[in-house]
Design a protein around this ligand. Structure first.
Ligand code: KQY
Length: 362
């Protein structure tokens, strides 16, 4: 089988029209506190909000099916799929289209963000099988990529450019021994792209190792929104400056320079003792201790048809962040949803959603 690129497939930008959104219901109690109930409420709020703009499918275990069905609006389709956790951005298919509008999908090798070396849990076999099941449900061809990565480690502009971080792709815990040029070629082959822009580190403390979807994203062709701080005492200070320096000299696949828009890093937030005490003991690599800094970012939002679904945390930076999103997406409704419960699990709204682009009617 040829690669998606050879077969004329590419991953459309997130702002291109969607057929719908996929999500996974949270339930593991060594990640989500209080039996995952607060997280389930937060995921239900995200699903229900997105369903006002496009169809949503929630994948749920057999054990949680009735509970999820009852907590979600009727407009959300609930299907039984077994998983290890609930990060559809990372374990779901990266959907592709060709120029006739036919749907396909890339299925990355998933190793729980670092395998036995520094992965967050074991086993991860059910998560690694999620993308294949989604493509089966959609009757769409599946391309298994010879690359260990996650959907949150990549962003695309839909015009040939991939944005990623060295911290996730070029490490021994994902693709040991793989040269940059090789990783780049595989990314491009399986996303139908021709150019990769490499940033360095991700948001400090991000347990994925530094996903791009917590640091920066394309907001239109040629423009990237970057999480930012001017406080030189912040660990993010050097990271965002390094990212900006790389973007200032970068060119995208169309030969354009990159315009940078900045959005403030959220006010610092930390795990509380009460939050720590609600998490079941487990043998995972996920650090959930009182006093730990949370890797929050406003860049971790989802672009739905006609709307931006963004996280808010009840902190002073929420309001400027909302204004910046509105000025950058003047034609979309900006909806900020309380997302601390999602953040406690190590990610945010972008990490728990996966867009399926609108394909041609068959
Ligand atoms: O950043 C993402 N795309 C996912 C975050 C995963 C956190 C696992 N606990």
């Amino acid at each position: 089988m040829n690669t998606p690129r050879e077969n004329g497939f590419f991953m459309p930008a997130e702002w291109a029209p969607h057929a719908g959104t996929w999500m996974i219901w949270p339930e593991r109690t060594d990640n989500w506190r209080l039996g995952a109930k607060p997280a389930q409420n937060a995921f239900a709020e995200v699903a229900s909000t997105i369903s006002r703009f496009e169809p949503v499918t929630m994948m749920v275990s057999a054990k949680q099916f009735a509970n999820a069905r009852q907590k979600l609006p009727a407009a959300v389709r609930v299907v039984e799929v077994s998983t290890n956790d609930s990060w559809c951005r990372d374990t779901g298919a990266s959907f592709l289209l060709n120029h006739e509008g036919k749907l396909a999908g890339t299925d990355w090798i998933f190793n729980a963000w670092g395998g036995l070396q520094r992965g967050l849990y074991f086993p991860w076999d059910l998560d690694d099988a999620v993308a294949a099941k989604m493509l089966e449900i959609e009757r769409a061809p599946r391309y298994r990529a010879p690359l260990t990565t996650e959907g949150g480690a990549i962003h695309v502009d839909g015009e040939g450019t991939v944005l990623t971080t060295e911290a996730c792709l070029l490490t021994t815990d994902r693709n040991p021994g793989m040269a940059r040029a090789d990783a780049e070629q595989r990314l491009q082959d399986y996303l139908g792209a021709t150019k990769t822009i490499w940033l360095g580190e991700g948001v400090p403390g991000d347990e994925t190792g530094g996903h791009i979807d917590n640091l920066a994203c394309f907001i239109r062709p040629g423009t990237i929104l970057l999480t930012w701080t001017d406080d030189s005492g912040e660990p993010l200070y050097q990271v965002c400056r390094d990212a900006a320096a790389r973007l200032e000299t970068a060119r995208d696949a169309q030969g354009r320079g990159i315009k940078i828009e900045k959005i403030p890093m959220p006010t610092p937030m930390f795990f509380t003792e009460e939050e720590e005490s609600g998490i079941d003991a487990g043998t995972t690599g996920m650090v959930r201790r009182a006093g730990e800094r949370l890797a929050a970012s406003y860049v971790n939002f989802y672009i739905a048809n006609g709307a931006i679904i963004a996280p808010c945390f009840g902190v002073p930076t929420d309001e400027p962040a909302q204004r910046i999103l509105q000025s950058n997406f003047p034609d979309r409704e900006i909806i900020m949803l309380p997302a601390r419960e999602i953040l406690l699990g190590g990610g945010n709204i972008h990490c728990i959603t996966q867009q399926q682009p609108q394909s041609a009617k068959t």
